[in-house]
Write a protein that binds this ligand. Structure first.
Ligand SMILES: *Cc1c(COP(=O)(O)O)cnc(C)c1O
Ligand code: SF4
Length: 444
């Protein structure tokens, strides 16, 4: 059994693989970017998931180690100068926070729009955007076993305190659910709720089960622990207790769905992840998988086909392929809508129907989850065909709509309605701010 060891800015220079393979400049780049965007990896990721002989192009290296290109050159220079000038920690923090606020820390109106109220109190640990599914951010689950360099939840990890979603009290959770019987699914998210000790996580689960809410049908757990620390389900000292808790949920007749985040088939190869998967499935839980498509990491249809096939083989259900959100280092990771669609369909065409449970490419934008169905030609006009997979208004879901074809578009607010229309059909209720229009960048 190997104990978890976090690798961060504090100790990364001492880790043998890192010290042996990386050049001085690369170590410095990590320090510069890691002072702005969160950096954490761990001993399992470093020793088992990364091929150090080709680390510069290794997908899991790029997934967990800050890359120079993630900061725009001016931001990079600003932080590099501060570090070279031996700025104090407090000064570095000021520089970092200034840069961070220029990186659209809360895309899709998350802070303003999705936080519900209960008797006048804003419930900041709850996000409720789509009728059936409520997100819950337990306050002890606001970190992960390692950080993805593209993470859109990054402000939670860098101490922009006022931007955090978190809530301590399960009482509110239960009370909110009692008052909202339309909710059938609670999705525990974070960070990674599987970072919590079983004992802590059990207090939330037990509160939900004890409340005996007949309308609550499904408990979902969004986690990357199968990728970053499968030992959570195998050899961690409270792994067995966790599996027993899963069995308990299933035993009450509720559906338990592990929403597992995998970005690359390399995360599915180790003996640890195979064993962890088997143990979870044995509890009666279902594992569904999701990942964004990211340049430098998985922008290739073969990688996706291989990943979905492997997941089905292991008993998992491919669920979502997402687009890079408009936050943090989007300029570095973003794949255009057209490319994402090509990657998606080329992979989708290659796998059997059992893996075609996956949907995408999907943007989690202000008004909802918008799927790019493809590029079509209608009466000689080239357009994107889109549809909502989820909408703030459930009535929007499943209606195809059209945007002018734009090969450079990477997000919903890059798109213009097709056929000379001023607005998309949903903009009567929820207008979007197009890029280039006045107003803060990225606020939609
Ligand atoms: C994706 C998402 C959900 C869950 O949507 P499903 O399509 O049911 O998986 C819930 N809330 C938010 C804010 C989401 O982005
Ligand atoms: S596991 Fe999820 S929340 Fe954690 S860093 Fe990665 S994308 Fe962000």
């Amino acid at each position: 059994m190997e104990d978890y060891q976090a690798i961060t800015l504090r100790n990364f220079r001492e880790i043998p693989e890192i010290a042996n393979y990386l050049s001085k400049e690369e170590l410095f780049d990590i320090e510069v970017v890691g002072n702005v965007l969160p950096f954490k990896t761990n001993n399992y990721v470093v020793s088992q998931l990364i091929n150090w002989k080709q680390y510069q192009t290794d997908p899991v290296f790029i997934l967990t180690f800050p890359q120079k290109g993630m900061l725009k050159p001016a931001h990079y220079r600003e932080m590099a100068q501060a570090i070279r000038g031996e700025a104090s920690n407090a000064e570095l923090k000021l520089v970092a926070n200034k840069i961070r606020l220029e990186l659209n820390p809360h895309p899709a109106g998350q802070l303003e729009h999705n936080v519900p109220e209960l008797e006048g109190t804003r419930l900041t640990g709850i996000q409720h955007k789509y009728r059936e599914t409520m997100l819950f951010f337990p306050s002890q689950g606001q970190t992960c076993h390692a950080y993805c360099t593209f993470c859109f939840r990054w402000p939670q990890f860098v101490g922009l305190q006022e931007l955090k979603f978190a809530m301590k009290d399960t009482e509110y959770l239960v009370q909110y659910l009692r008052q909202n019987p339309q909710v059938s699914d609670v999705l525990f998210t974070g960070g990674d709720p599987m970072i919590m000790k079983t004992r802590v996580f059990a207090t939330y689960i037990d509160a939900l089960l004890d409340a005996k809410l007949p309308h609550l049908k499904t408990i979902r757990i969004g986690t990357k622990a199968l990728g970053y620390w499968p030992q959570r389900f195998t050899t961690d000292e409270d792994a067995d207790d966790l599996l027993r808790l899963f069995e308990k949920v299933v035993g009450t007749g509720k559906h338990l769905s592990i929403m597992a985040h995998f970005n690359h088939p390399n995360e599915l190869q180790t003996a640890e992840v195979r064993l962890a998967t088997e143990r979870i499935l044995n509890t009666g839980a279902v594992i569904r998988t999701q990942s964004p498509v990211m340049r430098h990491i998985n922008d290739n249809s073969e990688v996706w086909a291989k990943m979905w096939q492997k997941q089905v083989e292991m008993g998992m259900v491919p669920y979502y392929l997402f687009l890079a959100r408009d936050t943090g280092a989007q300029h570095y990771f973003a794949v255009t809508l057209e490319n994402a669609w090509n990657i998606f369909r080329n992979a989708y065409q290659r796998v059997s129907g059992l893996a075609r449970t996956v949907r995408g490419p999907s943007m989690s934008a202000g008004p909802g989850k918008v799927q790019v169905l493809g590029v079509s030609e209608i009466h000689g006009e080239k357009v994107f065909t889109l549809r909502f997979l989820q909408g703030r208004n459930p009535d929007w879901v499943g209606r195809p709509f059209f945007a002018d074809y734009d090969p450079a578009a990477i997000w919903l607010n890059d798109l213009k309605p097709a056929f000379g229309k001023e607005k998309f059909f949903f903009e009567k209720e929820y207008p979007i701010k197009r890029k280039g229009s006045s107003g803060p960048v990225g606020v939609k």
